[in-house]
Ligand binder design. Sequence first.
Ligand SMILES: N[C@@H](CCC(=O)N[C@@H](CS)C(=O)NCC(=O)O)C(=O)O
Length: 339
Amino acid sequence: MSGAVVTGVAALGATACAVAWYRRELGLRRTHAMAGGLHADRTVPHRAAFELYHNDFSLCSKKIRMCLAELGIEHASHHVDLIETGSYETLSRHFLAVNPAALVPVLVHDGHPVYESHDILLYAARHSATPDALVPSDEPTRTLMQQWIDRSSLTGDDPTQALAASAGNCVPGLTVPLFAAMIRDIPTHRIVEGLLFHRLKQRPVVFLVLKAAGLARVASLPPVRKTVVASRRQMSLHLDALAAQLEASGGPWITGAQLTLADVSWAVILERLREADWVAELVAPRPAVSAYWKRLRARPSYVAAMDEHRHPLVRRGTERIVAEKARRGSLAELYAAER
Ligand SMILES: N[C@@H](CCC(=O)N[C@@H](CS)C(=O)NCC(=O)O)C(=O)O
């Protein structure tokens, strides 16, 4: 047999193996939506009464950590990586056995998983010694709380399409520089794993583009500029509304005297603005919001949920943004752009 034929046969064999491997993995790592709430019919290995699967960087995880701290629910902690913090661990067979939807957070109670952050909150509150701690007892205040939760929520697979609807939807756009700063540390093959197995292919594609562009050049990419500027403009309006609401309620919290789930939801947004270095542009010019954030940061629950979960890659990403802004290039211009 000639050398060329041997090489051809070997290449065919390797391709067949790769295809077989991919098809097998695809079957094993297929994800599907899971209904929110307790799944008493599912059991996962556990050691403690409450266990939390979460990620340092994820907004929903931050929210649940702060609520569990406010509710005084002790729990064992399992950190699960997202690509931003190192790899698509949510797509690992190990984690898919915990949540076939491949999403954090997941609360596990006596071995049974509870899915979806809103349902986790309600479940945790019901099982705490202080079930009313974060939810007002009267209906009008509960309605007001819900309005401010909605105004902080992320909606749909592409939140950037509904920036005016909520501050949460402005967060992904404002996080783009941080994504670009963090993704530098993530090896390309790990991002490619998302292209192969993640439900939303668009996200790994965006990460690959950000990685190729690098933080210094990302701010001059027209689609990035457009998204960041629009997100910033709408976030400014949401923060003005927050300042007005704090004045109307008389504070110290969004609905008045009681810290509620609405405050926890906004704490998470303000923390993300810090991580992506937007405080000087968006928070500091609004004294009422600055003072409110200071009150939030003083709570032990904020320290436990945010400060004690500062991931090294996020920390490094923030430092890179600060350094790049100081160079006064296109990133500094983007942050300084008039709304
Ligand atoms: N609706 C879900 C959303 C959870 C969610 O989107 N989690 C993100 C992190 S904030 C996640 O796990 N993403 C997996 C990924 O990006 O691969 C909830 O509220 O719990």
